[in-house]
Design a protein. Structure first.
Length: 264
């Protein structure tokens, strides 16, 4: 196989790749659902075909408010969740405690043609690493368990780091963060909206109407968002594995780590 062909295979953003497709579908689904609901509500209020019952206005208020707040809440979750994570570990500079791993990361970044991320470590003993973007800066978070593993199994740790850096090379880091934040925001909105309806409506008829509203406007879209978010997560991991295997030119290192991880 020619080198150019291999590069084409491991580049997940040659449209229409699975990650790109699902991400666009996720954003389009949420945008169209939000726009159609809000537009329809305001249209019926402005041009009611018949006098509308009082319950319609209260239900419309809850619906329109939550859907308008969705992008705002998504943005807040996107920023705060990562900011808190950075604030918690920003003093744990990897190059100060584990300079050999920091040097390995720099070497791998040079191989991939990437800028070296800000590397931090956690006190967790699990074999874990994650990469994320915050305000234009890339952070690589590595567990202490993985750092300690470097002394005895350096090739396995290198495989994990290469896998995480492959996400950065593939360009799927921000897309994953947006999809995850959107899923969390919509889940929170679904819970708050359902709870507000239970508190506001006391008669059986209106409560049943509200349950149908929650089902069609919240539960079903939430299921779609959950599916699309998991599809993005699944495919980004597959493409990161593909790039890791292509760079190692063997599946052995990745397979060895997975066997070790599952047996630990």
């Amino acid at each position: 196989m020619a080198l150019d062909d291999r590069k084409a295979i491991v580049n997940p953003f040659v449209f229409p790749s699975e990650i790109t497709f699902y991400f666009i579908l996720l954003i389009s689904t949420v945008f169209l659902a939000t726009f159609s609901v809000v537009f329809r509500i305001f249209y019926l209020i402005a041009y009611p075909p018949t006098p509308l019952p009082q319950e319609f206005y209260s239900i419309s208020l809850i619906l329109s408010t939550t859907f308008i707040l969705l992008p705002i809440l998504t943005f807040i979750i996107y920023r705060i969740r990562l900011r808190n994570k950075i604030a918690k570990y920003e003093k744990n500079q990897l190059n100060e405690k584990y300079p050999e791993i920091s040097n390995l990361i720099s070497k791998l970044c040079n191989t991939l043609g990437l800028q070296t991320p800000i590397s931090l470590y956690t006190e967790s003993e699990e074999l874990d690493a994650s990469i994320f973007n915050h305000k234009g800066k890339v952070y690589l978070l590595i567990s202490m368990g993985l750092c300690r593993m470097f002394k005895t199994f350096p090739s396995m740790v290198e495989t994990v780091l290469l896998h995480e850096l492959s996400h950065l090379k593939n360009g799927d880091v921000v897309q994953h963060q947006i999809a995850e934040s959107l899923w969390r925001a919509f889940s929170l909105i679904t819970f708050i909206s359902a709870l507000s309806g239970i508190i506001v409506y006391h008669d059986l008829h209106t409560s049943l109407i509200w349950l149908l509203v929650v089902l069609f406007f919240y539960i079903i879209p939430l299921g779609s968002i959950f599916y699309l978010n998991n599809a993005i997560q699944r495919w980004r991991e597959i493409y990161a594995d593909i790039r890791t295997i292509a760079l190692h030119k063997t599946r052995k290192n990745l397979a060895n780590f997975l066997r070790f991880f599952l047996s630990s």
